[in-house]
Design a protein around this ligand. Structure first.
Ligand code: SAM
Length: 282
């Protein structure tokens, strides 16, 4: 039988591919084309509309950096909101913080949650069953417009700005999400790989500069988000969150149950040191 490759063509003129040794699930529910498959290098992988979302082997980088950086910088996050994040990796990492009392996760596609729990259970690792988890299946943009909930940290673990994810990059979404922050709260966003998606980072940072007193960006390197470091957007009205010392972060980090494989307080601080090819977009 001929080999099947899942190819990603997110960036013009560039194609990256992963051999699908075993397709575990595939469906196009009209919302997104969802494929979960096994690959020799990365273990189980999930793609949406042909774009790699999460892999068993490198997910820890992204999920640790999207979760622990804002929560440990904040220092007293009790209520966390996650927009997107259907695979449950960010939810898993957020729930490792004993200070967190409640997490509302707003995911548009129930199939992503269901199929990731069934075929990639190691990603959420039971997080959806945690009594602190409140899963809401709806469009994140509509949710932030309507909800009366308030969050100390909001994590936008979205797809790229295509398809259902496009609305999560609009100024109206960011403004409504800011309304849902408690005073001094922080929002972080998945903001693409600036080497090939610099325009997206520039677009978000332009909006964040209008909305927040202390916009910033930090980096993490996830092998399957190809073409270099990924940018994670940061928006807050509290500049002090960007100046938390490594010693304070280390003291707070002690409270996290278990080890991490990418995040450390030193990596946290270093992640905000941007090379000029990235800082040009801020
Ligand atoms: N780590 C991945 C990345 O960096 O691209 C993102 C992973 S996560 C699977 C992305 C999630 O965003 C998907 O589950 C998708 O269904 C969800 N999503 C896309 N648009 C959405 C929207 N408007 N509201 C809520 N969730 C959305």
């Amino acid at each position: 039988m001929s080999e099947r490759w899942i190819t990603e063509e997110l960036h013009d003129g560039l194609r990256s591919g992963y051999r699908a040794d075993n397709i575990l699930f595939e469906a196009n529910d009209g919302l997104q084309h969802l494929v979960i498959y096994e690959n020799a290098q990365f273990g189980r992988m999930m793609s949406l509309d042909g774009i790699t979302q999460v892999t068993e082997r490198d997910e820890f980088v992204y999920h640790e950096m999207m979760s622990h950086v804002p929560i440990l910088a904040h220092g007293a996050a009790k209520k966390v909101g996650i927009i997107g994040g259907g695979d449950g990796g960010v939810l898993r990492e957020v729930l490792r913080h004993k200070t967190v009392e409640a997490v509302t996760m707003v995911e548009i596609d129930q199939a992503v949650v269901d199929m990731c729990v069934e075929h990639m259970p190691m990603i959420s690792n039971g997080a959806f069953d945690d009594p602190r988890t409140n899963l809401v299946i709806t469009d994140g943009a509509a949710f932030v417009e309507e909800t009366s909930e308030r969050f100390d940290v909001i994590i936008v673990d979205s797809t790229d700005p295509i398809g259902p994810g496009e609305v999560l990059f609009r100024e109206s979404f960011y403004a409504a999400a800011k309304r849902c922050l408690t005073p001094g709260g922080v929002i972080v966003t998945q903001n693409g790989v600036p080497f090939v998606q610099g325009a997206e980072l520039k677009s978000t940072m332009t909006k964040f500069r209008k909305l927040f007193k202390a916009p910033a960006c930090y980096l993490a390197t996830i092998p399957t988000y190809v073409m270099g470091s990924m940018a994670l957007g940061w928006g807050s009205d509290n500049p002090d969150l960007l100046n938390v010392t490594v010693e304070t972060l280390a003291a707070r980090f002690e409270g996290l149950d278990g080890a991490t494989r990418y995040y450390t307080p030193a990596v946290h601080k270093a992640a905000f040191a941007l090379p000029p090819y990235v800082s040009q977009y801020l």
